[in-house]
Ligand binder design. Structure first.
Ligand code: SAM
Length: 354
């Protein structure tokens, strides 16, 4: 049952009488309280929270070097430790200070709890996610906007979706069913439905993706075309299909690093397990489509390419075609990364049974 799935959300904190407050005046004192390991409750205006966060950055920048990779990591850890002590109160599912944004997630994600505290930075995350959810995102290859649920991966660049769309346009095989491993906000499934697939079976290990997409589809026609399972890799879908697609995480998880996001980082078992299970579920004439990128290689994270490795050593699949597309240079916000962004390419791998 979908209602039994517990979504990921910021952990509510109970109010403790006597918690120090910050009303917008004594920044220095507030920082001292945080450094002593005690929480500070934002009072008065929402912008007081923003000022305290800003002050915390100024303070840490003076105290800690922030240049090398390791220094940056240390800085982030320290910032995370102290900023998670900056709290804000929620009363009646609303933020209890003046000029606060209105965030629908507070009601949706905490139906059983209307009064509690949250770290200010988590509230900022909830707020920006609510804006994406409310306004939706226009995806070039889809007719309707996407409304990504809290804590769910959604695409911000679209070259890989265009590659997949072009491939689907030319695909002339049967379209009875497909499997979408790691559906996220459902883009690839929606593309397959758009191109005439009668049934798509999706999975994800992120509960928010499953709950969010289920809610997005409601009881529209889509909900009869896309069926979801909260589970690892193929989840409960055992039947063979003519198409399997997977847009996996593109970067290897590095040991001892804070790479916990399962939409972005893969562990060493993900690809071997995926290919072995895919072999059992792909019809003899079926196609296995993977979306990938040279990101890990051009940033020198690894020389390994898990799909090339499977083709060379797996003995299960052979390459039909690999399409590549240059990714447009990212926004000026990421200027420092542009030397490698310039050579970034997304890849669409089409494999068939050996
Ligand atoms: C890069 S995102 C792609 C999402 C979506 N298919 C898209 O193309 O926008 C990868 C997704 O795979 C999911 N995922 C990661 N490991 C998984 C696993 N072992 N089984 C199922 N899903 C997984 C993540 O939670 C995430 O939603």
């Amino acid at each position: 049952m979908i209602s039994d799935i517990k979504v990921n959300k910021p952990e509510p904190i109970e109010y403790v009488v006597g918690t120090e407050t910050f009303k917008g005046t004594d920044l220095k004192q507030a920082i001292e309280v945080l450094e002593s390991g005690s929480p500070v409750l934002i009072k008065g205006f929402y912008s007081n929270g923003l000022s305290l966060i800003k002050e915390l950055h100024t303070h840490l920048n003076k105290k800690l070097p922030n240049k090398t990779f390791l220094e940056q990591r240390k800085y982030r850890v320290e910032f995370h430790k102290l900023s998670s002590l900056i709290l804000i109160q929620i009363i009646g599912h609303k933020i209890a200070v003046k000029r606060s944004p209105s965030i629908g997630w507070l009601e949706k994600l905490y139906p059983e709890n209307s009064d509690f505290l949250l770290p200010f930075t988590k509230v900022q995350g909830l707020n920006s996610s609510w804006q994406w959810f409310l306004n939706g995102i226009t995806i070039p290859v889809l007719r309707n906007k996407l409304h990504p649920y809290y804590g769910t991966y959604f695409p911000t660049r679209f070259e890989h979706l265009e590659l997949f769309d072009n491939w689907l346009k030319r695909y002339d095989g049967p379209k009875k069913s497909a499997i979408d491993v790691g559906v996220g906000s459902g883009v690839l499934s929606l593309q397959m439905v758009k191109h005439g697939f009668q049934k798509v079976f999706g999975t994800d290990t992120n509960p928010n993706a499953i709950v969010g997409l289920t809610e997005f589809m409601g009881d529209t026609k889509l909900s009869r075309k896309i069926e979801l399972d909260f589970g690892n890799l193929f989840g409960k879908w055992k039947k063979q299909t003519e198409l399997i697609v997977f847009n996996p995480p593109w970067l290897p998880k590095l040991h001892n690093l804070d790479s916990i996001d399962e939409a972005i980082y893969y562990d060493e078992n993900l690809f071997p397990d995926f290919f072995s299970e895919a072999k059992e579920r792909l019809l003899p004439e079926g196609k296995l489509v993977l979306i990938f990128s040279n990101l890990a290689q051009i940033t020198n994270v690894t020389k390994d390419h898990p799909i090339e490795k499977e083709l060379a050593e797996g003995g299960r699949f052979k390459l039909e075609k690999c399409f590549k597309k240059r990714v447009k240079t990212a926004s000026s916000k990421t200027k420092r990364d542009q030397h490698w962004r310039a050579t970034e390419e997304v890849e669409l791998w089409v494999l068939t049974n050996k």
